[in-house]
Design a protein around this ligand. Sequence first.
Ligand SMILES: Cc1cc2nc3c(=O)[nH]c(=O)nc-3n(C[C@H](O)[C@H](O)[C@H](O)COP(=O)(O)OP(=O)(O)OC[C@H]3O[C@@H](n4cnc5c(N)ncnc54)[C@H](O)[C@@H]3O)c2cc1C
Length: 374
Amino acid sequence: MVVLGAGFGGLELATTVAAELGDDVELTLIDKSEGFVFGFSKLDVMFGRSRPEQVLHRYVDMVNPGVRFVSAEVTAIDPEAKRVETSAGQFEADVLVVALGADLHPEATPGLAGNEFYTVEGAFASAARLRDFPGGRVVVAVTSTPFKCPPAPSETALLAYEYLTARGRPCEITLVMPLGTPIPPSPDASAAVLAAFAERGITWVPERLVRGLDAERKVATLSDDTEIPYDLFLGVPVHRAPRAVANLTVDGWIPVNPLTLETAFPGVYAVGDVTSVGTPKAGVFAEGQAAVVAQRIIGKVRDAEYDGRGVCYLEFGGDRVAKVDVKFVAGQRPVGSLIGPSTDLAADKTAFGADRIRRWFGREWVTSGSSADS
Ligand SMILES: Cc1cc2nc3c(=O)[nH]c(=O)nc-3n(C[C@H](O)[C@H](O)[C@H](O)COP(=O)(O)OP(=O)(O)OC[C@H]3O[C@@H](n4cnc5c(N)ncnc54)[C@H](O)[C@@H]3O)c2cc1C
């Protein structure tokens, strides 16, 4: 069995299958990166709560004897033959799982390079941009759809407000989003987020995107041709499926059976951000899909079906975190309920990350107590 991509989906899948089948499966996990970084850890680094080395889980440190990890770039996939071309040679599989996520393209938006916080490099560099920012106009903005973790820009606006005001730096924050409400499936969560924006004077600009930045004039142009001035820009770049999956995509992403996650090619599955399964692009959904594929491969629950459910954490600042329990079922309106925010749920979120690192990497992960920017 070959799993492409050791992110949220690939790690969950490889760990579960290896734990259940042991020596009965020859499992190869391929990834081109140095290690795994949780999406939410990018915000922790940006806002000085963690240092980069604390949130990078290196694949060389992965203790999982049942998984053969190969550090390589996947360049092409032949889904009929279940054959993969990589920078480390060719791999053939009986079962192939594509979990390569979404690539980010800051260069696709004029002026965005150096002004985004979604790539690992961009998020880590934004820690220094925030640290050195004396205060002023901050614009948090999305440049295209779909984009990962739809709550993340709202969290970023709230955390930027907390970070800057705690340091005595005056700020005016604007959030530009393509959505009509911050968390569309959950009216309760959206109302709580909009109330938090109102309390902090954060300007909410819905149903618009940023098309480009003029770095000299320091203005962003929106999809309705209006302009917004900024002193600090925190942008979400264009997302695209990795080029290597071109043989599997339709309209840019990999279509799958929404219940089984199988592609149009028997024995080839796809999970997570690389698919067009209909759930938001977020780790909790990638993990849930991987769990279903694992059960089907293991054969333990042959008729395991994906239910489209995910529980997302939402940072409000002040060490208060909420949970939104959402369900996306094909052909039905997505629904979601809000729990919190509270400080107890902040501890819950820390435990969520630690649990994954224990299962996936076989080690303890303690992040608290040493921030980058105290
Ligand atoms: C700021 C931010 C905050 C977020 N917060 C949350 C959150 O709180 N909760 C949540 O659930 N989600 C969150 N997310 C979203 C989450 O990070 C992603 O949706 C999730 O990681 C997707 O999982 P995946 O397995 O599909 O892909 P990924 O985790 O992105 O994994 C894909 C893997 O494939 C590898 N890869 C790609 N192309 C190739 C190639 N050609 N060859 C070899 N390897 C390749 C990559 O190196 C990567 O390791 C956040 C994202 C961001 C940016």
